[in-house]
Design a protein around this ligand. Sequence first.
Ligand code: BGC
Length: 786
Amino acid sequence: MTFHSGRPRAEAPSLLAGLTIEEKIALLSGASLWQTVGYPDRGINPMTLSDGPHGVRVGAEVDLIGTPQTATAICFPTASALSCSWDTALARTQGAALATEARRAGVDVVLGPGMNIKRTPLGGRNFEYFSEDPYLSGRLAAAIVAGTESGGVGTSVKHFAVNNQEYDRFTISAEVDERALREIYLRGFEIAVTEGRPATVMAAYNAVNGVTCTENSRLLTEILRDEWGFDGVVVSDWGAVSDQVAALKAGLDLEMPASDGMGAAAIRDALESGELSEADIDRAAARIIELSSRFAASDRPEPAAASAAELVELARSVAQQSIVLLRNEHDTLPLARTGTVAIIGEFAEKPRFQGGGSSEVPVASFATARTEIGRFLSPEQVRYVRGHDGEQVDRALLDEAVAVASEADVALLFVGLTEMAESEGYDRESLSLPASHLALIDEVSAVSPRTVVILHKGSVVDMASWHEKVDAILDLNLGGQEVAAAALDIVFGEVNPSGRTSETVPLRLEDTPAYVDYPGAQRRVHYRESIWVGYRYYDRRKMPVVYPFGHGLSYTEFEYSDPRATVGDDENVTVEVTVRNVGERAGFEVVQVYVRDDVSTVPRPDRELRGFTKVWVPAGEAVTTRIELDRRDFAFWDEHRDRWAIESGAFTLEIGHSSRDIRASVSVELTGDTQSVVVVDRRTPLGYFLDDPEFAAKVERIMRAVPLLGGGAEIPPESQRIVDEVINGMPLEKLRLVSAGAFSDDDIAGLLERRSHQDEFTRPSLKRTATDKGHPLMPTAGGVAL
Ligand code: BGC
């Protein structure tokens, strides 16, 4: 589905025609920190761009060290939390709410969503991003874009591309192979751009394979525009342009913020020298004019007319859907409203609900657990202690916490990462919680009859060392200003939890796929783990993890039955499954569909998320869900041919509650693309050609005579295998040598010519099966019998 908003975009050429070349050049750089240049008397309004992504930073003439801001805004759940909702409709609603906020504040383009892949859990901005998985990221980003733009406000999908760390973020080059680029790092952007149709895309600070993103014509023009059909404005990240002429040529339209005329001067010089043509300038200027007429015009669509109170309520309901119940031993949660509760930890008073840097929103209010608990318990039932003062253990506060916990029926422990731990601008150094929080978990859980950890953090933390000590864990991520209210709604059972992790929780930092190649050096970081990111890596290596991707508990239980998959005429696949709520409470289930290519020539992940849906199932009832997959969901990036490819054969569709809790599976047979994934030339192994009977017969005849292969003697059975393999693996061109000229160069050329139109080349001995991934199976068929 595509979404368009605003006025028709046909007027740009006539508006452009009314401008002088100087005026056009001026349009290509910002007028100030947040504003673009405009000529209102000529019908081109200046635009206000503002962060983003989970709240509208209004009038924020802010620097990174916190110059005071002038207005407050609502802080919605950050992407770290929203992603755990696995709910595109909800993301769309949050996007629409951002439009309402933006319009109220006079903002025309909100700088978000951020959607880089969480390559390492240490990434400083992981809280602003969705997932380790590109499909989940892309679908949620597309929904936010659609929601915001339907309210007449533009979005900026960022940071394009491969901006996965803060360390050296301005100068680092992400060295990534084409397959990982396409399947992991660009795939989410591709979905967001083609499905959501964002008004702008923000070019990142870093370089990709040596070319800085703002000057990267491959990314900004060939892939983004030519392949994906993006027709909006490419804007630079703030200050990311170092050569505006090169950037303009590569496909960047708008340099932000203002550069004191430096960019304009360089463009003027390049125009004079002939390096740039007026058409280059017109192209970018026209796009900026179009953007302005869509989003800075007076007649754009009205956003949802929600009051501030309604938006605050929305922030809370998004948080409710996003919180993940990671652990719930002996049905510790929900709590009854009887008995006594110890509330421990400063976050109960000052919750962490957002991260630092450009996304930080000055809020007018926020919910706290200390206040919210009053909705459920009387003051006599509750004791609060701070438990810590900063990151280091404070013995007196800890002792007080232990004393209070040992007298209460339940301890609610409010812990997580501190404010300094997560911010734009720098990465984290470890996965650890602060010592003071760890000590609380350790000592409180030892004395409390039931300990519930309420976790505040925007990225993965170490849990292996403590999760089994506590009875329940509620993971809030950074859930926006109302997250404390939402958390208590779940703790006391007003809301049945339905969040699912959007990122694997590994056992240790050393287990993470990028561990040895992060953060890089000498301006380069090598993505040697390639496509093996997140659960793709842990699953292939069959590694135990603390909590897998897609995990999350509910207060009810679901059973899956009757999985079906039908392949349509267009080879799109419809997956259906029945989900029955076999518990006592109504609840949401997130049905996840993973795809595996059963047998493939290239290594492919054991499972890849290709579909999901969140369904409400009343207690005792069953709902049949349907998830559509298209051809691309079965494809991989064929590096040799530089295109997506599908190999014919069986694919398994796993349907489940998490990536490691598969409840049903079905198989489909698909016809592959019309091109083989095998490189066919003079060096192609012989084995690929032996399905040609005429050729195979000749090979057999000749090979029988080769001295090394027995010179015509009977081959003992135990040697048959080695003989087969030698022949199968020999490059075609070697035939001339081993046949002592019986095969000429012309024969080889003739064979290649004869087979050049062939679609599929299969050499069974090189196929890999999902049951023994990583190691080619031994020959199952094929080869020549000598
Ligand atoms: C960040 C962007 C942000 C921009 C404007 C940059 O430092 O990387 O995400 O939109 O500043 O604040």
